[in-house]
Design a protein around this ligand. Structure first.
Ligand code: M6R
Length: 611
């Protein structure tokens, strides 16, 4: 769960590596470092604990010169955050950066210590540096030395390696952690993720597990770890570098909240068949016959993506009339879950790299299920292992708190439901047309909601910023939104929040309510409205501060709540796309008023590739 970057070419590499690390800081930010081939045939290293700015200060004091180098931003897994545990790790003439976890690090450490190696850090990565160094000592070139060392490793890694003896190249390798190679003119790059490379190139080569590559200024040679040549066409990535920047917003999260109408437009583009009131389903990877034969859909995900799958279950059951089961990926994996042929597993993940979701989907596939990935990062691990992939086109999401990816995941799950519903004869052409038209209008409606509620929500956040607990309540499709609103508030403002099905409140959480607790109650005009209003009144009767999210013109909701946030009237299936927006804004403003690190909240990382 770290970020790695590498550069080989004619330019001074330190500023390029730092720039790449800045764009990868969302992957981890407890220490950072660079290793560069310095003039005179030496590798020089600078490392610093804490955020990247500390490394930048270290480099201002002692600059690094050189045109070939590697960099790393860390999220600690083995060994606490400290300078000695920061990457790059050096052994003799070899320097290594690594993202992942070497599972057999304990026997390797014992073996290396018995062989006389002095191991300075607590990390698993330093062991890789020693393994490569020992191979180099025995006369192997860097590529062969890395290949031999990889044969000793168990676990997940993306690594980039330098050797002082070969100052013109970087050797990289990948297994279960992401790594992409950027192809420039007379220069080559590598990084854990695309945004790090966008200012320099749009031509990317995605490495597969079990592959390694030798990067030189004018060439890339891709092979398997076993040594066989690999031919692969690069992909052109259309994201502009500006898309990966803050574009004038104070935080990435706020920018990404306001990008949702655009993200939705991009995600819907080319997929709605408005002529026939249908969805183009070729990416779903199922024949019409397969669609009819599906016994059940199993939705696997974690965190915010899991909340999207709860809405997905409701969409699938209502629109496609197919039984749907939701599983938190970490709870599914390793269990004797009943899954197999006839099941469609939908693995939903923004990053496409979440280890729990990846492993759970693999287990389901091994037992005979078909796997459809819904992911945002092109070429990431989950899409690669899946039978088919239905990408969200939200663009890079940098804020650790997921926003635009959540709404685009909802869109893909709804499109999947409509496509299946039509194939299975579960909805009429008329209903399908209504949904397709509703989806097509969403970008404009979402824009109106964001603009129309921003100031009001900021005022509410200011008023209730000191609340120690917040309750979020919703029924039906508003329940996953209540969960999502609570998660957003927890993760960026560190305020305790609970999301509950409104009907469950009386079975326990009602005891939490007193006059200091804001209850954000979702009461859009849907089939649950009357009962939701009753729940709202129950909360109010216990003196909660009631903030209602209701449909425009709902006088009853206005009368029974202290504060009211209005959303336009839409088809009830589409309400989650709108009700989530003020909740995202509320969490954002509370966090901003509290002065927390909104984009990189404590203890979290954007991509969770550990168990
Ligand atoms: O990349 P994924 O969608 O698989 O990530 C899953 C969760 O780690 C993620 O949604 C997490 O809960 C976010 N911090 C939520 O904002």
């Amino acid at each position: 769960m770290c970020g790695i970057v590498g550069y080989v070419g004619p330019q001074a590499c330190a500023p390029i590596l730092l720039d790449g690390l800045r764009r990868l800081e969302y992957r981890g930010y407890d220490s950072a470092g660079l290793a560069v081939h310095a003039p005179g045939g030496r590798i020089e290293v600078r490392r610093a604990v804490g955020k990247l700015r500390n490394l930048e200060s270290a480099l201002r004091e002692k600059p690094l010169e050189g045109a070939v180098g590697i960099g790393h931003t860390r999220w600690a897994t083995h060994g606490r955050p400290s300078e000695v545990n920061a990457h790059p790790h050096v052994a003799g003439d070899v320097a290594v950066v690594h993202n992942g976890i070497i599972e057999n690090h304990m026997p390797l450490r014992r073996e290396l210590e018995e062989a006389g190696c002095t191991i300075a850090s607590d990390t698993d990565t330093e062991l890789v540096a020693h393994l490569v160094e020992r191979e180099v000592q025995q006369g192997k070139d860097l590529e062969a030395a890395v290949r031999a060392a990889l044969g000793r490793l168990e676990g997940a890694y993306a690594i980039a390696v330098l050797s002082a003896k070969e100052p013109e190249r970087i050797v990289v390798a990948k297994s279960a952690s992401p790594l992409v190679i950027g192809l420039g003119e007379g220069e080559m790059f590598c990084a854990s993720d695309i945004p790090a490379l966008l200012p320099y190139t749009r031509d990317m080569l995605f490495m597969e597990d079990g592959e390694m590559a030798v990067l030189e200024a004018g060439s890339v040679r891709l092979t398997t770890v076993a040594g066989a040549d690999v031919e692969r066409e690069p992909k052109r990535i259309d994201w502009s570098p500006v898309m990966a920047e803050k574009a004038g917003y104070k935080h990435f999260m706020l920018k990404e909240i306001f990008e949702q109408p655009r993200a939705m437009e991009d995600t819907l583009r080319g997929r709605l068949d408005r002529e026939h009131g249908d969805v183009h389903g070729h990416e779903i990877g199922l024949s019409e016959e397969d669609a009819k034969g599906i016994r059940r859909v199993l939705l696997l995900a974690c965190g915010t993506s899991h909340h999207a799958t709860i809405a997905g279950k409701y969409f699938l059951e209502e629109i496609a009339k197919v039984p749907a089961v939701i599983e938190i990926a970490s709870e599914f994996r390793g269990r004797e879950a009943v899954v197999g042929e006839g099941d469609l597993v939908v693995a939903v993940s923004q990053s496409g790299e979440t280890l729990d979701t990846l492993v759970a989907a693999k287990e389901a596939k091994e037992r005979g299920a078909k796997v459809l990935a819904i992911a945002n990062v092109i070429g990431s691990a989950i899409p690669r292992m899946a039978d088919a992939v239905f990408y969200t086109h939200a663009g890079p999401e940098i804020g650790v708190a997921s926003t635009k990816c959540f709404s685009t995941q909802l869109a893909n799950l709804l499109m999947l439901s409509v496509w299946l519903g039509r194939r299975r004869g579960a909805i009429t052409a008329e209903r399908s047309r209504e949904l397709v038209e509703g989806l097509a209008r969403l970008p404009t409606t979402m824009k109106d909601v964001l603009q129309g509620t921003r100031q009001l929500v900021a005022n509410l956040a200011r008023r209730y910023v000191d609340a120690r607990d917040v309750l979020y309540l919703g029924r039906g499709l508003s329940f996953p939104i209540a969960l999502e609103g609570a998660l957003k508030l927890k993760e960026i403002s560190y305020v305790h929040a609970e999301g509950y099905p409104a009907g469950e409140m009386k079975h326990g959480p009602i005891a939490l309510i007193d006059s200091s607790v804001p209850a954000i109650v979702l009461v859009p005009r849907d089939r649950h409205w009357e009962r939701s209003i009753s729940n709202l009144q129950e909360a109010k009767a216990r003196e909660a501060i009631v903030i209602a999210v209701a449909t425009e013109g709902d006088e009853e909701a206005r009368q029974v709540s202290h504060d009211l946030i209005e959303i336009p009237a839409v088809d009830e299936v589409l309400t989650p796309f709108l009700t989530v927006l003020p909740l995202q804004l509320y969490a954002y403003y509370v966090a901003d008023f509290k002065g927390t690190d909104v984009d990189q909240p404590r203890n979290l990382a954007k991509t969770v590739t550990v168990e």
